[in-house]
Design a protein around this ligand. Structure first.
Ligand code: NOJ
Length: 529
């Protein structure tokens, strides 16, 4: 059994961790049926150790009809048979831990699958039953109840209400297959605390909380009024009470939380990170920031400023299973809020995107706090335009086909230079095997080699991870900052090469320096002063 390095044994590992997101369905397919599985993850643990990550976050692996890629959970206490068994999950958690890698599971408290026992019972029990009180069932408006109970738009386009045969409507902020739970009900709260215990008892170190700011709804489910304060289903004050009780559960196990909290207001965001609530939350401002020095600097400054008063570490995320892959995003010249959104047929320069993604990797890995990597980011995978007849994401269908959906960042990873024997659940485009991990492992200039080197240094250099950051003077379009222990990161987004600080030597760079030792455009470097 490999010993856990001392830094990994620390209670505050999560303040500086590099956490790798595993989308199980597309990670590694051990049984050759075209779908990734837990046996596949177990077989690739040596790869993850070599990559140098501290923890794995598994997107939902529970029993699910996969109407929303597993974010429609039918049973939290069992693993979907397509992925494996509970026993295998337990083995995976234990094996990873022996190798110094912690596990984070994904809990989806806002909703369950329409195949969950509670929802089936609620449908069967009918209007007015206690079973329906676990959800938001309501009569419709209009003379015959033919109109939805309110006007809330779904996060996946369309209405948030679906009518059932007996005439009642139920609320679903996402797809109809994802009925929202009623968080005012004590049984809902109790069940989730038991689910947390169930997974902490199995050795998981943390929990990612899906749609963390959406659980509680305004009394009476009032109509949505633009600009209304507070919003009727986002960030209701009562939600903090839930997270305070969750924190008490987590503390019994030294477990940590990372919340999926998308909120534009920094002060409201920071409330989730008070010392008796969540440990961390994803930083989506950084993710959705275009490749622009001034805007990136502002995103970093605002992130650090909003976390400081509550003493929580920042998290840095460049991509995940919901947004356009980094090399594609950075290869698009347009900027704007929809930077991370999915768009059909946008012209993309992948060479440019790859250079920038390499620089962005060194930027994000040098910032104070923890960092999340999404599988395939370390291989520099681009977004894939999935043929229309193969798309599976409900977001695409619910948009009436205008939104490509999120499948383009969920294509199974290329491990080998040989194409897979069985067609994977999402098609791999021509040339995909050129990104294969086994090829990149041998190639010193590959994206994989860059990530390995950067994660290795991030581990051995105490100045990285949580701690202070000091901006250094730099030309327009250049970001330069110092961490402790003499570490410096410089990222050049300007049109001309940047002169690097004197009396320093290079630890790692995302691309070659020019003949004069200057940093070319779209390149980042780590230095030691
Ligand atoms: C956020 C998840 O990341 C996304 O994939 C999912 O569709 C929604 N929450 C609904 O659970």
């Amino acid at each position: 059994m490999a010993a856990i390095p001392p830094s990994e044994a620390a209670d505050d590992w999560w303040r500086s961790a590099a956490i790798y997101q595993v989308y199980v369905r597309s990670f590694a397919d051990a049984d050759g049926d075209g779908t990734g599985d837990l046996a596949g993850v177990r077989s690739r643990l040596p790869y993850l150790v070599e990559l140098g990550v501290d923890a794995l976050w598994f997107t939902p692996w529970y029993l699910s009809p996969l109407a929303d890629g597993g974010y429609d959970v039918a049973d939290y206490r069992s693993i979907d048979p397509a992925f494996g068994t509970l026993g295998e999950a337990e083995k995976l958690i234990a094996e990873a831990r022996e190798l110094g890698i912690r596990t984070i599971v994904d809990i989806v408290p806002n909703h369950v699958s329409d195949q969950h026992a509670w929802f089936r019972a609620a449908l069967a029990a009918g209007p007015g039953s206690p079973e329906r009180e676990l959800f938001h069932f309501r009569p419709g408006r209009g003379e015959h109840g033919e109109l939805a109970p309110n006007d809330w738009p779904s996060q996946f386009a369309g209405s948030t209400w679906t009518r059932v045969d007996d005439g009642e409507w139920y609320l679903h902020l996402f797809a109809p297959e994802q009925p929202d739970l009623n968080w005012a009900h004590p049984v809902v709260r109790e069940e989730h605390e038991n689910v947390l215990r169930f997974w902490f008892e199995r050795g998981v170190a943390g929990v990612r909380i899906d749609s963390a700011a959406l659980l509680t709804k305004a009394d009476g489910l009032p109509d949505f009024v633009e600009g209304r304060d507070p919003h009727p289903y986002i960030d209701q004050d009562e939600i903090h009470d839930i997270y305070r009780s969750w924190r008490a559960v987590a503390d019994e196990y030294d477990g940590v939380f990372v919340g999926e909290v998308w909120l534009p207001d920094s002060e409201r965001f920071a409330r989730y990170l008070r010392p008796d609530e969540l440990h961390t939350a994803f930083n989506f401002n950084f993710l959705s920031c275009p490749w622009d020095a001034a805007r990136l600097r502002t995103a970093v400054e605002e992130t650090l400023a909003e976390h400081a008063p509550v003493g929580a570490p920042a998290t840095w995320v460049l991509c995940n299973h919901d947004v356009t892959r980094t090399v594609t995003r950075y290869g698009r010249r347009e900027t704007g809020f929809d930077f991370a959104a999915k768009v059909f047929g946008t012209p993309t320069d992948l060479g440019l995107g790859t250079r920038r993604a390499r620089a962005a990797a060194l930027l994000s890995l040098a910032l104070p706090g923890s960092v999340y990597l999404y599988q395939g980011e370390e291989l520099g995978l681009p977004e894939v335009e999935i043929p229309l007849h193969r798309i599976q994401d409900p977001m695409h269908f619910r948009s009436g086909g205008t939104d490509p959906g999120r499948d383009g960042c969920r294509v199974p990873l290329p491990w080998s230079a040989e194409p897979p024997a069985v067609e994977p659940w999402l098609p791999q485009p021509d040339g995909w095997t050129g990104y294969a991990a086994e090829l990149q492992a041998e190639e010193p200039d590959s994206m994989l080699s860059l990530y390995r080197a950067a994660l290795g240094l991030r581990r051995t250099e105490a100045g990285f991870g949580d701690g202070p950051l000091t901006w250094l003077p730099a030309a327009d379009g250049v970001l330069a900052f110092a961490r402790s222990e003499g570490l410096i990161c410089v990222v050049n987004l300007a049109g001309e090469p940047a002169v690097l600080p004197g009396h320093s030597h290079t630890l790692l760079s995302s691309g070659p320096l020019d003949g004069g030792g200057r940093l070319p455009q779209d390149t980042a470097v780590w230095l030691r002063a």
